[in-house]
Ligand binder design. Structure first.
Ligand SMILES: C[S@@+](CC[C@H](N)C(=O)[O-])C[C@H]1O[C@@H](n2cnc3c(N)ncnc32)[C@H](O)[C@@H]1O
Length: 195
């Protein structure tokens, strides 16, 4: 695990219970439904699933969804609250066969990945996706942010154009790209297809 990821996970371990009960752990059904409708198969990876609310939503919608996260506490909360499949795994070090998923759902995780690691993460995501597989992304748009004193998370924000460029330069076609606001923050919603 990267050193900056370790610090991010340490913070999530300390707030996991609070996070699971907060508005941050609410399923953004309008966004996830758009992603779900565009998928051409049932097998989905919920990357950095946190307390598992999105994995559970997709599982209940009939998808074969696996939630992965590096925080043991988050995974334990998910397993305690929901029936779905959950596993501790690093999104920066995926352990799956090539061509094994129809979609990867990435809600509020790219914000914790340093820009220098994004091309490798996208290449690895591309590999584990089947042909025409999709990646659905919700992430923080560029804006002012004042972190709390105890906040040890890496927090990376992108402009919509910058993120689209990363994706198109790493083998994806952009299908949907929108800016929206949730929880007082400006966010980017993007869906891309493996080409
Ligand atoms: C803001 S939460 C998002 C949780 C959930 N996806 C959601 O939308 O509410 C970020 C999550 O990313 C996890 N995380 C951070 N870096 C990770 C990595 N490299 N691999 C797997 N999980 C990671 C944290 O443990 C945390 O649960």
């Amino acid at each position: 695990m990267k050193q900056y990821t370790r610090k991010t996970i340490k913070y999530y371990e300390s707030i996991a219970d609070k996070y699971a009960k907060s508005d941050a752990a609410v399923v953004l059904t309008d966004k996830i439904d758009i992603f779900a409708k565009l998928l051409s198969g049932k097998k989905i990876l919920d990357a950095a699933c946190g307390p598992g609310h999105d994995t559970d939503y997709l599982t209940k919608r009939g998808f074969d969804c696996l939630g992965i996260d590096l925080s043991e506490k988050m995974i334990n909360i998910a397993k305690h609250n929901f029936k779905g499949k959950y596993k501790i795994m690093d999104f920066l070090n995926l352990k799956f066969r090539n061509n094994s998923f129809d979609g990867i759902w990435c809600s509020s995780i790219l914000v914790h990945v340093q820009k220098k690691d994004l091309p490798k993460l996208l290449k690895n995501s591309w590999k584990i996706l089947k042909n025409n597989g999709l990646v659905g992304i919700i992430t923080a748009a560029k804006q002012k942010r004042v972190p709390g004193n105890s906040d040890t998370r890496t927090y990376v924000m992108h402009s919509k154009k910058e993120l689209k460029d990363y994706l198109t330069n790493n083998g994806f076609n952009v299908l949907v790209s929108k800016i929206f606001f949730y929880g007082g923050r400006k966010r980017i919603f993007i869906i891309v297809k493996k080409i």
